[in-house]
Design a protein around this ligand. Sequence first.
Ligand SMILES: *[C@@H]1O[C@H](CO)[C@@H](O)[C@H](O)[C@H]1NC(C)=O
Ligand SMILES: *[C@@H]1O[C@H](CO)[C@@H](O)[C@H](O)[C@H]1NC(C)=O
Ligand SMILES: *[C@@H]1O[C@H](CO)[C@@H](O)[C@H](O)[C@H]1NC(C)=O
Ligand SMILES: *[C@@H]1O[C@H](CO)[C@@H](O)[C@H](O)[C@H]1NC(C)=O
Ligand SMILES: *[C@@H]1O[C@H](CO)[C@@H](O)[C@H](O)[C@H]1NC(C)=O
Ligand SMILES: *[C@@H]1O[C@H](CO)[C@@H](O)[C@H](O)[C@H]1NC(C)=O
Ligand SMILES: *[C@@H]1O[C@H](CO)[C@@H](O)[C@H](O)[C@H]1NC(C)=O
Length: 454
Amino acid sequence: MSSSSHCSLFSLFFFLLFHKISWAADTITATLSVKDGEGKTTIVSSNGTFELGFFSPGKSENRYVGIWYKNISVTTVVWVANRETPLNTTSGILKIIKPGILVLLNEDNATIWSTNTSRSVQNPIAQLLDSGNLVIKDAGDGNEEKNFLWQSFDYPTDTYLPGMKIGWNFVTGHETFLSSWKSSEDPATGEFKYSINRNGYPQNFLKRGSVVRYRSGPWNGFQFSGSLNSRQSPFYEIGFVFNPREAYFTNHLLQPVITKATLSWNGLLERTTWVDRTQRWVLYLNVPTDTCDIYKLCGAYGKCNIQTSPVCGCLDKFVPKNEADWLKADWSSGCERRTALSCNEGEGFLKYSGIKLPDTQSVWFNQTMTLEECKTRCLRNCSCMAYSNIEIRNGGTGCFMWFDELLDIRLVPNEGQDIYIRVAASELGKSFAPIHLLVISTLCFRTLCKVMIT
Ligand SMILES: *[C@@H]1O[C@H](CO)[C@@H](O)[C@H](O)[C@H]1NC(C)=O
Ligand SMILES: *[C@@H]1O[C@H](CO)[C@@H](O)[C@H](O)[C@H]1NC(C)=O
Ligand SMILES: *[C@@H]1O[C@H](CO)[C@@H](O)[C@H](O)[C@H]1NC(C)=O
Ligand SMILES: *[C@@H]1O[C@H](CO)[C@@H](O)[C@H](O)[C@H]1NC(C)=O
Ligand SMILES: *[C@@H]1O[C@H](CO)[C@@H](O)[C@H](O)[C@H]1NC(C)=O
Ligand SMILES: *[C@@H]1O[C@H](CO)[C@@H](O)[C@H](O)[C@H]1NC(C)=O
Ligand SMILES: *[C@@H]1O[C@H](CO)[C@@H](O)[C@H](O)[C@H]1NC(C)=O
Protein backbone atom coordinates (compact mmCIF):
# COMPACT_ATOMS: atom_id res chain seq x y z
CA MET A 1 0.00 0.00 0.00
CA SER A 2 2.42 2.58 1.24
CA SER A 3 5.10 1.55 -1.26
CA SER A 4 2.67 1.94 -4.13
CA SER A 5 1.63 5.42 -2.99
CA HIS A 6 5.30 6.33 -2.71
CA CYS A 7 5.67 5.06 -6.18
CA SER A 8 2.88 7.20 -7.58
CA LEU A 9 4.18 10.21 -5.65
CA PHE A 10 7.55 9.61 -7.24
CA SER A 11 6.06 9.30 -10.69
CA LEU A 12 4.05 12.45 -10.12
CA PHE A 13 7.24 14.17 -9.04
CA PHE A 14 9.12 12.97 -12.14
CA PHE A 15 6.15 13.81 -14.30
CA LEU A 16 6.19 17.38 -13.01
CA LEU A 17 9.99 17.60 -13.22
CA PHE A 18 9.94 16.29 -16.78
CA HIS A 19 7.28 18.74 -17.77
CA LYS A 20 9.04 21.62 -16.09
CA ILE A 21 12.19 20.84 -18.09
CA SER A 22 10.72 19.89 -21.41
CA TRP A 23 8.22 22.73 -21.30
CA ALA A 24 10.83 25.37 -20.46
CA ALA A 25 9.37 28.60 -21.70
CA ASP A 26 10.49 30.06 -25.01
CA THR A 27 9.39 33.57 -24.05
CA ILE A 28 10.42 36.41 -21.78
CA THR A 29 7.34 38.19 -20.47
CA ALA A 30 6.54 40.98 -18.03
CA THR A 31 6.58 38.38 -15.25
CA LEU A 32 9.23 35.99 -16.55
CA SER A 33 12.80 37.30 -16.87
CA VAL A 34 16.06 35.49 -17.58
CA LYS A 35 18.38 35.59 -14.56
CA ASP A 36 22.01 34.76 -13.89
CA GLY A 37 23.56 33.54 -10.63
CA GLU A 38 21.67 31.51 -8.05
CA GLY A 39 18.44 30.19 -9.51
CA LYS A 40 19.81 30.92 -12.98
CA THR A 41 17.17 30.62 -15.71
CA THR A 42 17.13 30.27 -19.49
CA ILE A 43 14.54 30.10 -22.22
CA VAL A 44 14.45 27.33 -24.83
CA SER A 45 12.97 27.47 -28.32
CA SER A 46 9.80 25.41 -28.69
CA ASN A 47 11.35 22.34 -30.37
CA GLY A 48 14.41 22.39 -28.13
CA THR A 49 17.00 23.51 -30.71
CA PHE A 50 18.21 26.79 -29.19
CA GLU A 51 18.63 28.13 -25.65
CA LEU A 52 19.15 31.70 -24.41
CA GLY A 53 20.80 32.57 -21.14
CA PHE A 54 23.95 33.83 -19.44
CA PHE A 55 27.36 32.36 -20.25
CA SER A 56 31.11 32.98 -19.98
CA PRO A 57 33.24 32.18 -23.03
CA GLY A 58 36.21 29.85 -22.35
CA LYS A 59 38.20 30.88 -19.29
CA SER A 60 36.78 34.39 -19.24
CA GLU A 61 34.85 35.37 -16.14
CA ASN A 62 32.80 38.00 -17.92
CA ARG A 63 29.10 37.28 -18.18
CA TYR A 64 27.21 37.63 -21.45
CA VAL A 65 23.68 36.97 -22.63
CA GLY A 66 23.83 34.62 -25.58
CA ILE A 67 22.04 32.03 -27.69
CA TRP A 68 23.51 28.54 -28.17
CA TYR A 69 22.43 25.15 -29.46
CA LYS A 70 20.60 23.37 -26.64
CA ASN A 71 21.13 19.82 -27.82
CA ILE A 72 24.76 19.89 -28.97
CA SER A 73 27.49 18.50 -26.75
CA VAL A 74 30.03 21.17 -27.79
CA THR A 75 28.82 24.52 -26.43
CA THR A 76 28.38 26.63 -29.55
CA VAL A 77 27.29 30.22 -29.06
CA VAL A 78 25.63 31.69 -32.13
CA TRP A 79 24.67 35.15 -30.87
CA VAL A 80 25.75 37.52 -28.09
CA ALA A 81 23.67 40.43 -26.84
CA ASN A 82 26.04 42.54 -24.72
CA ARG A 83 29.22 41.73 -26.65
CA GLU A 84 30.78 45.15 -25.92
CA THR A 85 29.49 45.47 -22.36
CA PRO A 86 30.08 42.30 -20.34
CA LEU A 87 28.91 41.99 -16.77
CA ASN A 88 31.57 41.17 -14.20
CA THR A 89 29.19 39.64 -11.69
CA THR A 90 26.52 36.97 -11.90
CA SER A 91 23.72 39.29 -10.90
CA GLY A 92 22.56 40.19 -14.38
CA ILE A 93 18.91 40.05 -15.34
CA LEU A 94 17.30 40.28 -18.79
CA LYS A 95 13.84 41.83 -18.75
CA ILE A 96 11.25 43.00 -21.25
CA ILE A 97 9.75 46.40 -20.60
CA LYS A 98 7.40 48.81 -22.33
CA PRO A 99 7.13 49.99 -25.07
CA GLY A 100 8.78 46.75 -26.25
CA ILE A 101 12.47 46.59 -25.47
CA LEU A 102 14.74 44.05 -23.84
CA VAL A 103 17.01 45.47 -21.14
CA LEU A 104 19.97 43.83 -19.45
CA LEU A 105 20.36 45.15 -15.90
CA ASN A 106 23.26 44.78 -13.48
CA GLU A 107 23.09 44.51 -9.68
CA ASP A 108 22.46 48.27 -9.39
CA ASN A 109 19.57 48.02 -11.83
CA ALA A 110 21.62 50.02 -14.32
CA THR A 111 20.99 49.24 -18.01
CA ILE A 112 24.05 47.51 -19.47
CA TRP A 113 22.53 46.77 -22.87
CA SER A 114 19.17 47.21 -24.57
CA THR A 115 17.35 46.74 -27.83
CA ASN A 116 15.73 49.45 -29.88
CA THR A 117 12.31 49.96 -31.33
CA SER A 118 10.40 52.59 -33.21
CA ARG A 119 7.03 51.03 -32.35
CA SER A 120 5.18 50.41 -29.14
CA VAL A 121 2.86 47.55 -28.15
CA GLN A 122 0.54 46.83 -25.24
CA ASN A 123 1.98 43.52 -24.05
CA PRO A 124 5.53 43.02 -25.35
CA ILE A 125 7.21 39.63 -25.14
CA ALA A 126 10.51 38.26 -26.43
CA GLN A 127 10.38 34.82 -28.01
CA LEU A 128 13.24 32.54 -29.02
CA LEU A 129 12.24 30.88 -32.29
CA ASP A 130 13.43 27.47 -33.52
CA SER A 131 15.49 29.23 -36.19
CA GLY A 132 17.64 30.80 -33.43
CA ASN A 133 16.03 34.21 -33.97
CA LEU A 134 15.12 36.14 -30.80
CA VAL A 135 12.14 38.35 -31.62
CA ILE A 136 10.19 41.03 -29.78
CA LYS A 137 6.51 41.34 -30.59
CA ASP A 138 3.12 41.81 -29.00
CA ALA A 139 1.98 38.74 -27.04
CA GLY A 140 -1.05 38.34 -29.28
CA ASP A 141 0.85 38.49 -32.58
CA GLY A 142 2.00 35.60 -34.78
CA ASN A 143 5.52 34.97 -35.99
CA GLU A 144 5.48 36.96 -39.20
CA GLU A 145 8.40 39.33 -39.70
CA LYS A 146 6.07 42.32 -40.04
CA ASN A 147 4.98 41.85 -36.41
CA PHE A 148 8.47 42.08 -34.98
CA LEU A 149 9.53 45.21 -33.14
CA TRP A 150 13.08 43.90 -33.14
CA GLN A 151 14.85 40.65 -34.08
CA SER A 152 18.32 39.35 -33.31
CA PHE A 153 18.65 38.23 -36.98
CA ASP A 154 18.98 41.95 -37.80
CA TYR A 155 21.95 42.23 -35.43
CA PRO A 156 24.03 39.09 -35.90
CA THR A 157 27.39 38.71 -34.21
CA ASP A 158 29.80 36.28 -35.92
CA THR A 159 27.38 33.54 -36.95
CA TYR A 160 25.13 33.12 -39.96
CA LEU A 161 22.12 30.86 -39.35
CA PRO A 162 19.80 29.63 -42.12
CA GLY A 163 17.06 32.18 -42.78
CA MET A 164 19.13 35.27 -41.91
CA LYS A 165 19.40 38.00 -44.53
CA ILE A 166 22.83 39.60 -44.84
CA GLY A 167 22.72 42.93 -46.63
CA TRP A 168 20.96 46.26 -46.82
CA ASN A 169 17.49 47.62 -46.33
CA PHE A 170 17.76 50.77 -48.45
CA VAL A 171 14.47 52.13 -47.08
CA THR A 172 15.54 52.19 -43.42
CA GLY A 173 19.28 52.31 -44.13
CA HIS A 174 19.80 49.31 -41.85
CA GLU A 175 22.75 47.05 -42.66
CA THR A 176 22.94 43.45 -41.46
CA PHE A 177 26.44 41.94 -41.43
CA LEU A 178 28.67 39.48 -39.60
CA SER A 179 31.53 40.68 -37.46
CA SER A 180 34.15 38.47 -35.87
CA TRP A 181 34.82 38.14 -32.16
CA LYS A 182 37.98 39.82 -30.88
CA SER A 183 39.37 36.48 -29.72
CA SER A 184 38.01 33.04 -28.94
CA GLU A 185 37.21 34.26 -25.41
CA ASP A 186 36.12 37.81 -26.15
CA PRO A 187 32.94 38.33 -28.17
CA ALA A 188 33.55 42.09 -28.54
CA THR A 189 33.62 43.27 -32.17
CA GLY A 190 36.87 42.10 -33.78
CA GLU A 191 38.69 43.18 -36.91
CA PHE A 192 36.81 41.19 -39.54
CA LYS A 193 33.52 41.95 -41.22
CA TYR A 194 31.52 39.98 -43.80
CA SER A 195 28.97 42.16 -45.51
CA ILE A 196 27.39 43.27 -48.75
CA ASN A 197 29.16 46.18 -50.40
CA ARG A 198 26.46 48.35 -51.96
CA ASN A 199 28.70 50.35 -54.31
CA GLY A 200 27.92 49.71 -57.96
CA TYR A 201 26.42 46.24 -58.13
CA PRO A 202 26.27 44.43 -54.75
CA GLN A 203 28.96 41.88 -53.87
CA ASN A 204 29.95 40.23 -50.60
CA PHE A 205 33.18 41.47 -49.07
CA LEU A 206 35.27 40.04 -46.29
CA LYS A 207 37.22 42.93 -44.80
CA ARG A 208 39.86 43.36 -42.15
CA GLY A 209 39.28 46.88 -40.88
CA SER A 210 38.88 48.87 -44.08
CA VAL A 211 40.99 46.52 -46.20
CA VAL A 212 39.15 44.14 -48.53
CA ARG A 213 40.49 40.58 -48.30
CA TYR A 214 37.93 38.75 -50.38
CA ARG A 215 35.22 39.62 -52.86
CA SER A 216 32.49 37.16 -53.82
CA GLY A 217 31.76 38.71 -57.21
CA PRO A 218 28.20 39.64 -58.27
CA TRP A 219 25.37 37.09 -58.13
CA ASN A 220 24.95 35.48 -61.56
CA GLY A 221 21.65 33.73 -60.98
CA PHE A 222 23.25 30.49 -59.83
CA GLN A 223 26.13 31.54 -57.59
CA PHE A 224 28.39 34.49 -56.90
CA SER A 225 30.39 34.88 -60.12
CA GLY A 226 33.20 32.37 -60.12
CA SER A 227 33.07 31.82 -56.36
CA LEU A 228 33.49 28.09 -55.99
CA ASN A 229 32.44 28.38 -52.37
CA SER A 230 28.98 29.64 -53.34
CA ARG A 231 28.10 26.66 -55.52
CA GLN A 232 24.69 25.15 -54.95
CA SER A 233 24.68 22.60 -52.18
CA PRO A 234 22.34 19.68 -51.52
CA PHE A 235 22.03 20.95 -47.93
CA TYR A 236 21.03 24.56 -48.44
CA GLU A 237 20.00 26.96 -51.15
CA ILE A 238 21.49 30.42 -51.55
CA GLY A 239 19.12 33.18 -52.55
CA PHE A 240 20.04 36.71 -53.60
CA VAL A 241 17.71 39.69 -53.84
CA PHE A 242 18.57 43.08 -55.28
CA ASN A 243 15.99 45.78 -55.99
CA PRO A 244 15.58 49.46 -55.13
CA ARG A 245 14.38 48.57 -51.60
CA GLU A 246 16.93 45.97 -50.52
CA ALA A 247 20.01 43.91 -51.36
CA TYR A 248 20.70 40.75 -49.43
CA PHE A 249 21.62 37.10 -49.63
CA THR A 250 20.04 34.35 -47.62
CA ASN A 251 20.24 30.56 -47.19
CA HIS A 252 17.38 28.11 -46.82
CA LEU A 253 17.88 24.59 -45.58
CA LEU A 254 16.99 21.80 -48.00
CA GLN A 255 17.80 18.97 -45.58
CA PRO A 256 17.40 18.59 -41.82
CA VAL A 257 21.08 19.29 -41.15
CA ILE A 258 22.50 21.57 -38.48
CA THR A 259 24.69 24.05 -40.33
CA LYS A 260 26.01 27.54 -39.68
CA ALA A 261 28.66 29.86 -41.06
CA THR A 262 30.91 31.63 -38.59
CA LEU A 263 33.33 34.47 -39.24
CA SER A 264 36.18 33.38 -36.99
CA TRP A 265 38.20 35.84 -34.94
CA ASN A 266 41.15 35.23 -37.29
CA GLY A 267 39.19 36.13 -40.39
CA LEU A 268 37.89 32.96 -42.02
CA LEU A 269 34.23 32.51 -42.86
CA GLU A 270 33.72 28.84 -42.04
CA ARG A 271 30.65 26.87 -42.89
CA THR A 272 30.35 23.83 -40.67
CA THR A 273 27.79 21.08 -40.19
CA TRP A 274 27.13 19.14 -37.00
CA VAL A 275 27.76 15.40 -37.18
CA ASP A 276 25.87 13.59 -34.43
CA ARG A 277 27.77 10.32 -34.79
CA THR A 278 31.15 11.90 -34.01
CA GLN A 279 29.74 14.77 -31.92
CA ARG A 280 31.76 17.33 -33.85
CA TRP A 281 31.40 20.29 -36.14
CA VAL A 282 32.84 19.36 -39.55
CA LEU A 283 34.18 21.95 -41.97
CA TYR A 284 32.01 22.12 -45.09
CA LEU A 285 33.79 25.01 -46.80
CA ASN A 286 35.63 28.20 -45.98
CA VAL A 287 36.14 31.65 -47.45
CA PRO A 288 38.71 32.70 -48.66
CA THR A 289 39.23 29.25 -50.16
CA ASP A 290 42.57 29.55 -51.95
CA THR A 291 45.28 32.01 -53.01
CA CYS A 292 43.19 33.21 -55.95
CA ASP A 293 40.52 34.39 -53.51
CA ILE A 294 42.90 37.08 -52.23
CA TYR A 295 41.45 40.37 -53.41
CA LYS A 296 43.33 42.00 -56.35
CA LEU A 297 46.29 39.61 -56.00
CA CYS A 298 47.17 39.85 -59.70
CA GLY A 299 46.45 43.58 -60.15
CA ALA A 300 44.46 45.24 -62.92
CA TYR A 301 43.88 43.05 -66.01
CA GLY A 302 45.79 40.27 -64.25
CA LYS A 303 44.16 36.87 -63.99
CA CYS A 304 44.58 34.40 -61.19
CA ASN A 305 44.73 30.74 -62.17
CA ILE A 306 44.94 28.31 -59.27
CA GLN A 307 46.16 25.58 -61.65
CA THR A 308 49.41 27.36 -62.58
CA SER A 309 52.57 28.40 -60.80
CA PRO A 310 52.80 31.27 -60.27
CA VAL A 311 49.06 31.78 -60.06
CA CYS A 312 49.17 35.26 -61.60
CA GLY A 313 49.32 35.97 -65.31
CA CYS A 314 48.05 38.65 -67.66
CA LEU A 315 44.86 38.34 -69.66
CA ASP A 316 45.45 37.41 -73.28
CA LYS A 317 46.63 40.53 -75.28
CA PHE A 318 47.85 42.13 -72.04
CA VAL A 319 51.42 42.39 -70.71
CA PRO A 320 52.82 43.16 -67.25
CA LYS A 321 52.90 46.86 -66.51
CA ASN A 322 56.12 46.49 -64.58
CA GLU A 323 58.11 43.44 -65.65
CA ALA A 324 60.71 43.83 -62.91
CA ASP A 325 58.04 43.64 -60.23
CA TRP A 326 56.39 40.66 -61.85
CA LEU A 327 59.71 38.81 -61.92
CA LYS A 328 59.82 39.29 -58.15
CA ALA A 329 56.32 37.84 -57.78
CA ASP A 330 54.88 41.26 -56.99
CA TRP A 331 51.89 41.32 -59.25
CA SER A 332 50.08 44.28 -57.74
CA SER A 333 51.01 46.66 -60.59
CA GLY A 334 48.97 44.43 -62.87
CA CYS A 335 48.93 44.37 -66.63
CA GLU A 336 48.16 46.69 -69.54
CA ARG A 337 47.11 46.25 -73.14
CA ARG A 338 50.10 45.33 -75.29
CA THR A 339 48.54 47.58 -77.94
CA ALA A 340 47.17 50.76 -76.43
CA LEU A 341 43.67 51.94 -77.22
CA SER A 342 43.36 55.11 -79.27
CA CYS A 343 39.63 55.44 -79.62
CA ASN A 344 39.85 54.70 -83.33
CA GLU A 345 37.26 53.22 -85.58
CA GLY A 346 37.79 49.50 -85.68
CA GLU A 347 38.33 49.01 -81.98
CA GLY A 348 36.25 46.17 -80.71
CA PHE A 349 35.80 43.51 -78.08
CA LEU A 350 37.43 40.18 -77.46
CA LYS A 351 35.51 37.52 -75.58
CA TYR A 352 37.19 36.03 -72.52
CA SER A 353 35.49 32.96 -71.07
CA GLY A 354 35.60 31.13 -67.77
CA ILE A 355 36.09 34.36 -65.82
CA LYS A 356 35.10 35.46 -62.32
CA LEU A 357 33.73 38.88 -63.25
CA PRO A 358 35.92 41.80 -62.18
CA ASP A 359 35.06 44.07 -59.27
CA THR A 360 31.64 45.69 -59.79
CA GLN A 361 32.09 48.49 -57.24
CA SER A 362 32.02 51.18 -59.92
CA VAL A 363 30.25 49.31 -62.69
CA TRP A 364 27.32 50.74 -64.66
CA PHE A 365 24.45 48.28 -64.92
CA ASN A 366 21.01 47.76 -66.35
CA GLN A 367 19.15 44.62 -65.27
CA THR A 368 16.95 44.35 -68.38
CA MET A 369 19.26 45.18 -71.31
CA THR A 370 20.33 42.39 -73.64
CA LEU A 371 23.94 41.55 -74.42
CA GLU A 372 23.56 43.05 -77.90
CA GLU A 373 22.23 46.35 -76.50
CA CYS A 374 25.02 46.29 -73.96
CA LYS A 375 27.65 45.87 -76.68
CA THR A 376 26.24 48.67 -78.82
CA ARG A 377 26.19 51.01 -75.85
CA CYS A 378 29.70 50.10 -74.72
CA LEU A 379 31.15 50.40 -78.23
CA ARG A 380 29.76 53.92 -78.57
CA ASN A 381 31.71 55.19 -75.57
CA CYS A 382 35.51 55.12 -75.80
CA SER A 383 35.90 54.96 -72.04
CA CYS A 384 33.82 51.76 -71.79
CA MET A 385 36.47 49.11 -71.20
CA ALA A 386 34.35 45.96 -71.04
CA TYR A 387 30.82 44.62 -70.87
CA SER A 388 29.04 41.42 -69.92
CA ASN A 389 25.70 39.98 -68.93
CA ILE A 390 24.78 40.22 -65.23
CA GLU A 391 23.01 36.88 -64.90
CA ILE A 392 23.71 33.75 -66.93
CA ARG A 393 20.33 32.12 -66.40
CA ASN A 394 17.94 31.97 -69.36
CA GLY A 395 20.71 32.49 -71.88
CA GLY A 396 22.00 35.62 -70.13
CA THR A 397 20.30 38.82 -68.99
CA GLY A 398 21.28 42.34 -67.98
CA CYS A 399 24.25 44.54 -68.78
CA PHE A 400 27.41 45.47 -66.91
CA MET A 401 29.74 48.15 -68.35
CA TRP A 402 33.11 48.87 -66.79
CA PHE A 403 34.64 52.32 -67.23
CA ASP A 404 37.92 51.77 -65.45
CA GLU A 405 40.54 49.08 -64.91
CA LEU A 406 39.31 45.52 -64.49
CA LEU A 407 40.28 44.28 -61.04
CA ASP A 408 40.36 40.95 -59.22
CA ILE A 409 39.79 38.55 -62.10
CA ARG A 410 40.25 34.84 -61.65
CA LEU A 411 39.88 31.96 -64.05
CA VAL A 412 37.16 29.46 -63.24
CA PRO A 413 37.15 27.11 -66.22
CA ASN A 414 33.78 25.41 -65.94
CA GLU A 415 31.83 27.93 -63.92
CA GLY A 416 33.06 31.34 -64.94
CA GLN A 417 31.32 33.85 -67.17
CA ASP A 418 32.01 35.55 -70.48
CA ILE A 419 33.29 39.10 -70.51
CA TYR A 420 33.98 41.22 -73.57
CA ILE A 421 37.01 43.47 -73.23
CA ARG A 422 37.85 46.40 -75.52
CA VAL A 423 41.03 45.99 -77.57
CA ALA A 424 42.70 47.87 -80.41
CA ALA A 425 41.69 47.17 -83.99
CA SER A 426 44.99 45.42 -84.68
CA GLU A 427 44.25 42.86 -81.95
CA LEU A 428 41.05 41.75 -83.62
CA GLY A 429 40.81 39.20 -86.35
CA LYS A 430 44.31 37.81 -85.94
CA SER A 431 44.37 34.10 -86.49
CA PHE A 432 46.35 33.12 -83.39
CA ALA A 433 44.70 30.27 -81.61
CA PRO A 434 43.89 31.39 -78.06
CA ILE A 435 46.21 28.78 -76.61
CA HIS A 436 49.23 30.37 -78.34
CA LEU A 437 48.32 33.76 -77.03
CA LEU A 438 48.08 32.32 -73.57
CA VAL A 439 51.61 31.00 -73.91
CA ILE A 440 52.83 34.36 -75.16
CA SER A 441 51.26 36.25 -72.34
CA THR A 442 52.74 33.96 -69.73
CA LEU A 443 56.14 34.25 -71.33
CA CYS A 444 55.96 37.99 -71.67
CA PHE A 445 57.59 38.84 -68.40
CA ARG A 446 60.63 36.87 -69.41
CA THR A 447 61.34 39.58 -72.00
CA LEU A 448 60.91 36.96 -74.71
CA CYS A 449 57.62 38.59 -75.36
CA LYS A 450 58.64 41.02 -78.08
CA VAL A 451 60.75 38.42 -79.81
CA MET A 452 57.95 35.92 -79.92
CA ILE A 453 55.39 38.34 -81.22
CA THR A 454 57.51 39.91 -83.97
C1 LIG B 1 19.12 15.62 -29.29
O1 LIG B 1 20.19 14.89 -29.85
C2 LIG B 1 20.00 13.49 -29.82
C3 LIG B 1 21.25 12.86 -30.41
O2 LIG B 1 22.38 13.50 -30.01
C4 LIG B 1 18.78 13.12 -30.63
O3 LIG B 1 18.56 11.73 -30.57
C5 LIG B 1 17.58 13.86 -30.12
O4 LIG B 1 16.48 13.62 -30.97
C6 LIG B 1 17.85 15.35 -30.09
N1 LIG B 1 16.72 16.04 -29.49
C7 LIG B 1 16.29 17.20 -29.96
C8 LIG B 1 15.13 17.78 -29.22
O5 LIG B 1 16.79 17.76 -30.91
C1 LIG C 1 32.67 45.65 -12.59
O1 LIG C 1 32.08 46.55 -13.52
C2 LIG C 1 31.76 47.82 -12.99
C3 LIG C 1 31.10 48.62 -14.08
O2 LIG C 1 30.10 47.90 -14.70
C4 LIG C 1 33.01 48.49 -12.47
O3 LIG C 1 32.67 49.72 -11.87
C5 LIG C 1 33.72 47.59 -11.46
O4 LIG C 1 34.95 48.16 -11.09
C6 LIG C 1 33.96 46.22 -12.05
N1 LIG C 1 34.53 45.34 -11.06
C7 LIG C 1 35.57 44.56 -11.29
C8 LIG C 1 36.00 43.68 -10.16
O5 LIG C 1 36.14 44.54 -12.37
C1 LIG D 1 16.38 46.82 -8.44
O1 LIG D 1 14.99 46.73 -8.83
C2 LIG D 1 14.26 45.79 -8.08
C3 LIG D 1 12.87 45.71 -8.68
O2 LIG D 1 12.44 46.92 -9.19
C4 LIG D 1 14.22 46.23 -6.61
O3 LIG D 1 13.51 45.28 -5.84
C5 LIG D 1 15.66 46.32 -6.09
O4 LIG D 1 15.68 46.83 -4.79
C6 LIG D 1 16.48 47.23 -6.99
N1 LIG D 1 17.87 47.17 -6.57
C7 LIG D 1 18.63 48.24 -6.47
C8 LIG D 1 20.05 48.02 -6.01
O5 LIG D 1 18.22 49.37 -6.74
C1 LIG E 1 18.85 52.80 -31.58
O1 LIG E 1 18.35 53.64 -32.59
C2 LIG E 1 19.08 54.81 -32.78
C3 LIG E 1 18.37 55.64 -33.81
O2 LIG E 1 17.75 54.87 -34.78
C4 LIG E 1 20.49 54.47 -33.20
O3 LIG E 1 21.26 55.62 -33.37
C5 LIG E 1 21.11 53.59 -32.14
O4 LIG E 1 22.41 53.18 -32.56
C6 LIG E 1 20.27 52.39 -31.91
N1 LIG E 1 20.83 51.61 -30.85
C7 LIG E 1 20.99 50.31 -30.93
C8 LIG E 1 21.51 49.64 -29.70
O5 LIG E 1 20.70 49.67 -31.92
C1 LIG F 1 13.24 22.62 -34.98
O1 LIG F 1 12.75 23.60 -35.85
C2 LIG F 1 13.64 24.00 -36.85
C3 LIG F 1 13.03 25.16 -37.57
O2 LIG F 1 11.71 24.92 -37.95
C4 LIG F 1 13.92 22.82 -37.75
O3 LIG F 1 14.84 23.20 -38.77
C5 LIG F 1 14.52 21.71 -36.92
O4 LIG F 1 14.72 20.58 -37.73
C6 LIG F 1 13.62 21.37 -35.75
N1 LIG F 1 14.35 20.47 -34.90
C7 LIG F 1 13.77 19.46 -34.27
C8 LIG F 1 14.65 18.62 -33.40
O5 LIG F 1 12.57 19.23 -34.39
C1 LIG G 1 17.56 49.71 -69.11
O1 LIG G 1 17.28 49.13 -70.36
C2 LIG G 1 15.95 49.20 -70.79
C3 LIG G 1 15.81 48.55 -72.15
O2 LIG G 1 16.56 47.42 -72.30
C4 LIG G 1 15.50 50.63 -70.88
O3 LIG G 1 14.13 50.67 -71.19
C5 LIG G 1 15.76 51.33 -69.56
O4 LIG G 1 15.48 52.71 -69.71
C6 LIG G 1 17.21 51.18 -69.17
N1 LIG G 1 17.44 51.82 -67.88
C7 LIG G 1 18.41 52.68 -67.70
C8 LIG G 1 18.53 53.27 -66.33
O5 LIG G 1 19.22 53.00 -68.58
C1 LIG H 1 30.99 57.68 -71.57
O1 LIG H 1 30.68 57.16 -70.28
C2 LIG H 1 31.11 57.96 -69.23
C3 LIG H 1 30.86 57.22 -67.93
O2 LIG H 1 29.53 56.80 -67.84
C4 LIG H 1 30.40 59.29 -69.28
O3 LIG H 1 30.87 60.12 -68.23
C5 LIG H 1 30.67 59.94 -70.61
O4 LIG H 1 29.90 61.11 -70.71
C6 LIG H 1 30.29 59.00 -71.74
N1 LIG H 1 30.67 59.58 -73.02
C7 LIG H 1 29.88 59.59 -74.09
C8 LIG H 1 30.43 60.17 -75.32
O5 LIG H 1 28.75 59.11 -74.04
